[in-house]
Design a protein around this ligand. Structure first.
Ligand code: AMP
Ligand code: TRP
Length: 338
């Protein structure tokens, strides 16, 4: 890769609200891994974002570390990437305040994720849930990221980030890079195995509809084999709602192997869903096995994880200060060179 690309900055994050799923892997983490070689990459665990829904403190700490371990387990090299926890770097919430003062209530009310979450029966609609996208914009703009690898559901938040950055630049002169999302062509929205018309979520899918990266292999196999399909028998990729189940399984298959969808369709011509699901179950199990093993090993080596986190946060902090102090100066906050 050319030097220029090496200077481009990538930032992304995942919130520790549950176990990472194969949706997170295919929609976001596979790109994290690919991009690490050619860019200046920062990947964080968005623990402050997780607080927008009630969390059990002990569990939150565990899940946060577990995601860092899974980042490394899927292939992110701590030497090549700044791996850190959002709350370890000063600047995310500070910038969020400043950007919040530039963001319209109307813009935040339009956010699909907020509308979905707040319309659920018994939803806890707190101010954090509403201003969540402003904190996400701060995560991205604090490092002047050029690209943000995410799944489909986060596209709207990155678009809002772009709008906020443009507004700031217009009002206070050029400061922020306008970031672009990187969304996979296929697999940007992996669906629930039991309800293939809704997204596979860490916390909002039922247990049998999702597959976590560190699930027990017997369970993984069982869940794939009992995924909802349709009353037909043809393994073909079709956009119809009726074929949503098989379409989702084909998407998982193509993303976890080097086979294209037409190749897979051909391989299973004349064979039934049973054969197809059994093979896919084996593929998923084999893909996840080393991830779980590495994760479990790292979770038993907290000293190592802590050293990765200290190093990641220290690198990220240096980058964050530069941008934050520039922002403070531009908006008119007095600085005394602390
Ligand atoms: P979250 O789990 O909401 O913190 O999401 C972390 C990242 O994974 C974001 O980039 C999401 O867009 C992506 N992601 C989450 N669920 C899925 C899914 N079912 N399919 C594809 N990408 C997903
Ligand atoms: N909101 C993102 C999600 O739920 C997680 C996230 C927080 C994020 N900050 C980010 C993603 C910054 C990309 C960039 O998926």
């Amino acid at each position: 890769m050319e030097d220029k690309a090496a200077q481009k900055i990538i930032l992304s994050g995942i919130k520790p609200t549950g176990q990472l799923t194969i949706g997170n892997l295919i929609g976001a983490m596979n790109n994290f891994v690919k991009l690490q070689h050619d860019y200046d990459t920062l990947y964080m665990v968005a623990d402050l974002h997780a607080l927008t829904v009630p969390q059990e403190p002990k569990e939150l700490r565990h899940k946060t570390l577990s995601i860092i371990a899974q980042y490394i387990a899927v292939g992110l090299d701590p030497e090549k990437n700044d791996l850190f926890i959002q709350s370890h770097v000063t600047g995310h919430t500070e910038l969020s305040w400043i950007l919040g003062c530039l963001t319209g209530l109307g813009d935040l009310s339009r956010m699909t994720q907020f509308k979905d979450k707040s319309s659920k029966p018994g939803a806890n609609i707190n101010a954090g849930l509403f201003t969540y996208p402003v904190l996400m914009a701060s995560d991205i703009l604090l490092y002047n990221a050029d690209y943000v690898p995410v799944g489909e559901d986060q596209k709207q938040h990155v678009e809002l980030t772009r709008d906020i950055a443009m507004k700031f630049n217009f009002r206070y002169s050029d400061t922020f890079t306008i970031p672009e999302p990187i969304i996979p062509k296929t697999g940007a929205r992996i669906m629930d195995l039991q309800n293939p018309l809704s997204k596979m979520g860490k916390s909002d899918s039922g247990e049998s509809g999702r597959i976590a990266l560190i699930d027990d292999p017997v369970m993984v196999s069982k869940r794939i084999r009992s995924a909802v399909t349709d009353s037909g028998s043809e393994i073909i990729y079709s956009d119809s709602d009726e074929k949503a189940g098989i379409r989702n399984l084909l998407t998982i298959y193509t993303n976890l192997t080097d086979k294209s969808v037409p190749e897979i369709e051909k391989m299973y011509e004349g064979r039934g869903y049973g054969d197809f699901k059994k093979d896919l179950a084996d593929i998923v199990v084999e893909k996840l096995r080393p991830i779980k093993e590495k994760h479990d090993e790292l979770m038993n080596n907290k000293d190592y994880l802590e050293s990765v986190l200290k190093n990641g946060a220290s690198n990220a902090q240096k980058k964050a200060w530069k941008v934050l102090s520039k922002v403070y100066r531009k908006v008119g906050l007095v600085q005394t060179g602390r």
